[in-house]
Ligand binder design. Sequence first.
Ligand code: C6P
Length: 395
Amino acid sequence: MDVETIRKDFPILNKKINGYPLIYFDNTATTQKPRQVIQAISDFYEKYNANIHRGVHRLSQEASEIYEQAHEKTAKFINSDWREVIFTKNTTESINLVAHSLDFNKGDEIVISIMEHHSNMVPWQELVKEKGIVLKIVDVKEDGSLDMEDLKSKIGKKTKLVSITHVSNVLGAVNPVKEICKLAHENQAYCLIDGAQSAPHIKVDMKRIGCDFFAFSAHKMLGPTGMGVLYGTKQALSEMGPFLTGGDMIKKVTSKEASWNDLPWKFEAGTPNIAGAAGFSAALDYLTSIGMEKIDKYERDLAKYAIERIKDAHIYGPDDRAGIISFNLKKIHAHDVAYFLDKKGIAVRSGNHCAQPLMTKMGILGTVRASFYVYNTKKEIDFMIENLDEIRRNL
Ligand code: C6P
């Protein structure tokens, strides 16, 4: 990977923070955008702006084409069919869509894990209150990997859905999603994979994973905010009623009732984020031109490099991990570390990372988290390590 050339595509990397060049290690929260994505969004507004699926005029046709092509590109990126690609606002909305649209009944069991982001926990907790479902929570092992024996013991005949993250946003653990989906299906349960931290970093193939649903966000993979994806198999999506109702998701409406549009439009009510779709297409082109396997390997190498160099720290998560490192320096609060690093232009996240139950399980309030992407370098990691040493000396 030619990182120096890649870096030139990201205007924000020229920014100085407190007089230091920006080092952006908060990629798990959101990634920076290359000028190709920024350009695609402004091109849309300058040349093609119109609503989609509503006009016979030229601009509407062109805007519809851009929007539909984004579905096709996404489908190709995850090896699926464009009818199985629903655009949402983000991963959170994608998961909520399933929570509200699948037919859950009292006593149905949903299996999640303690390492889930709040987005893959709170919607199911609400179903406990609203519908009387039973929520079962799989533990993590001492090393921060998913406890597969516990998972097997929790899936059974009453399981309606297994909903597990592919990559933990705190621990960097990469879960065996293919095996998890197989276990769910052996018990006639649906399987939802939270791909918020996998789709941006590793090659994800819907056919290979074999999930019923897969949720991810464009803004975590060089794309714009306000754009998310819910992949669902045609079968699973056909079994669900719509999430939101209104314009564009209908086939026919009388003053009494309505019938639903074909997939994926049945789940895309109202005017969508058309410019966002244009930007997302450009992001997918960008990632594809580098190659997801290369990205995965590069980020894992960066994580390994950093872990080998961080001294006197508790590092959370298994050895086999994606490019996410959560750690705590002994006796120094995570926010103090993040605050000090920011003084040197280094952006890391500190706190509970929207995974409070995991923090409680680990007996901590939060961690410092450095997460890497295609534009990060070992030199940047060296600078962070130097500053961690300085924090240790000074605090
Ligand atoms: N995690 C982080 O800093 P949204 O906000 O809907 O795009 O993504 C939610 C989400 C769901 N699942 C996982 C595994 C995630 O990591 C996230 C987002 C960010 O860790 C923001 S809290």
